[in-house]
Design a binder for this molecule. Structure first.
Ligand code: TXA
Ligand code: MG
Length: 321
């Protein structure tokens, strides 16, 4: 069974020995191993039951350290890295040979991110290699934002969960590609579109995976999904439809409480209506509802701007099961 603890030296020791360790980041917890060690990376795929065509993000501690494994960095990528690293932004950059094909699923581009979490930055600085890390959840399920979430699903498959508390952003990083002239957003996430555009000008958004590029399962129609059925829409219209089974209905609400629904079956993401707070509470709220004795989760549409767009995107994918 995994130990949850704060010992960075222990995490370092295990990673140096080629083991897989869960690490905190500001977005979600990652399931990390040396990006240069094929057996360690294979073990990540095994633990997550992740298909091998789904590439992994490589985490390092600053732009300079990334030059060990990227060929070069296009100007818009450099501007974004300077503006948002460390932070919830992943850049697709041309990889050097040292990055395993398994990590990129055969793509010449590696996904690179500098996480904004003091403990993990410290760990990364101690290690002689960057860390490949997907979110620390079984493939397709809700991402973990606390050590307990990791333990609940993967506690019997790993030795160590490095405790960095609750993730401050709560949803995954924004992913940007530079293959085309205009930077292209492949996944909405912690850095919103307006913030990107303030730095590099107009960006394109292409969330569906295209035929000729590695599949981006974060962009698959069904992802981030609870086990329970989830339906998204206007709650005041959806709730009356379920009046016959009202005790078996759970609600994920942005800011309002609903009289018709038992209080214990309601998660309110942000009573003040703050999107940032809603993102922090999203995955924990979905997990709480998934564990209740209910048959269906009804989820609100959030205001579709800023990080609200990234939240809506995840709820829509959770709905497609
Ligand atoms: O916030 C995050 O990004 C978290 C934390 C742990 O850093 N990580 C994360 O990893 O969300 P994961 O594996 O759950 O999602 C990474 C996404 C996947 O959809 C994957 O397909 C895409 O990034 N990706 C990774 N490498 C890629 C590559 N070389 N080309 C295209 N897409 C890539
Ligand atoms: Mg994931």
């Amino acid at each position: 069974m995994a130990i949850i603890d704060l010992n960075i030296a222990r995490a370092e020791e295990l990673l140096l020995a080629g083991k897989v360790v869960a690490i905190p980041t500001e977005t979600v917890y990652g399931l990390a191993a040396s990006a240069y060690n094929i057996n360690a990376v294979l073990e990540i795929f095994n633990i997550k039951k992740r298909p091998s065509f789904d590439p992994l993000i490589v985490h390092t501690y600053d732009l300079n350290s990334a030059s060990a494994f990227i060929e070069d960095i296009p100007t818009p990528a450099l501007l974004l890295a300077q503006a948002f690293w460390p932070g919830p932004l992943t850049l697709l950059l041309p990889k050097k040979k040292i990055i395993l094909d398994l990590v990129t699923a055969g793509s010449p581009y590696v996904a690179v991110r500098v996480p904004n979490h003091a403990i993990t930055l410290d760990l990364l600085k101690r290690l002689p290699f960057p860390l490949a890390a997907p979110s620390a959840n079984p493939f397709g399920y809700i991402s973990p934002t606390t050590p307990r979430h990791v333990f609940a699903q993967l506690g019997n498959k790993i030795d160590y969960i490095l405790d960095g508390g609750t993730c401050s952003v709560g949803i995954e990083s924004t992913i940007v590609s530079f293959e085309k002239k205009i930077p292209t957003v492949l996944r909405l996430g912690g850095i919103d579109i307006a913030a990107l555009e303030a730095v590099v000008g107009p960006v394109e958004i292409a969330l569906q995976h295209a035929p000729n590029r590695p599949c981006v399962p974060g962009a698959l129609l069904s992802h981030y999904a609870p086990i329970k059925k989830l339906l998204m829409g206007s709650l005041s219209r959806l709730i009356p439809r379920y009046s016959a089974i009202i005790d078996r209905v759970g609600v994920l609400s942005f800011k309002k409480q609903y009289e018709a629904i038992p209080q214990k079956n309601q998660v309110i993401l942000s009573p003040q209506g703050c999107l940032k707070e809603a993102a922090q509470n999203l995955f924990n709220g979905l997990r709480l509802l998934d564990d209740l004795p209910i048959d269906i989760i009804l989820a609100d549409y959030l205001p579709n701007h800023g990080i609200g767009a990234a939240i809506n995107d995840r709820l829509q994918r959770a709905q497609h099961k």
